[in-house]
Design a protein around this ligand. Structure first.
Ligand code: ZN
Ligand code: ZN
Length: 172
């Protein structure tokens, strides 16, 4: 019984840790480091944001399998790189690892659906819809649910931009 309670606490901690990871990785790595044109993370701007903006949330890379060298493929690779180092922790903190894994799968499925089905994204992932189509892409960094954005003050209703700004440096 005690083990079960610990596993439950671990599971919730895993969900929260993944949400914090989504926020930090998106804000500091993909947006921060990725702003430099020669960064390996630059694809987030020049591929994912640019295509999502151009196609009103659709990113064609998510229409096919992740076995392509585009945002979809790189995202799956990144998720595996996060998941694999957690494997050894299964023996000591199975609840925590299960929480992280469930959250990673939920992230992948929700993000992929958002870029295949814009109407679904507008209705069920409005924070991510605004992240791409809103007037301020430096907000709403969580994708699955906006927990860490609420906590850190980056959850913002930014309003939808009337048209893509093609000369804007943020959408090269
Ligand atoms: Zn972004
Ligand atoms: Zn996205």
């Amino acid at each position: 019984m005690e083990d079960l309670s610990l596993d439950m606490i671990g599971f919730v901690a895993g969900l929260l840790a993944e949400n914090a990871g989504e926020w930090a990785l998106h804000k500091f790595i993909l947006h921060g480091l990725g702003r430099a044109p020669d960064s390996i993370w630059h694809y987030h701007w020049c591929d994912h944001h640019r295509l999502s903006r151009r196609h009103a949330m659709l990113d064609p890379g998510y229409q096919t399998s992740p076995l392509h060298w585009n945002t979809h493929g790189k995202e799956v690779l990144l998720l595996l790189a996060i998941a694999l180092p957690h494997l050894p922790l299964l023996a000591v903190a199975p609840g925590y690892v299960a929480g992280v894994y469930c959250a990673l799968v939920a992230y992948y499925l929700r993000h992929r659906r958002a870029h295949r089905d814009p109407e679904w994204a507008r209705r069920y992932l409005p924070w991510h819809w605004e992240h791409h189509l809103g007037t301020n892409p430096e907000a709403n960094f969580c994708t699955t649910w906006p927990g860490c954005d609420w906590l850190m003050g980056t959850w913002k209703r930014t309003g939808i931009s009337p048209s893509p700004p093609p000369t804007d440096h943020r959408y090269p």
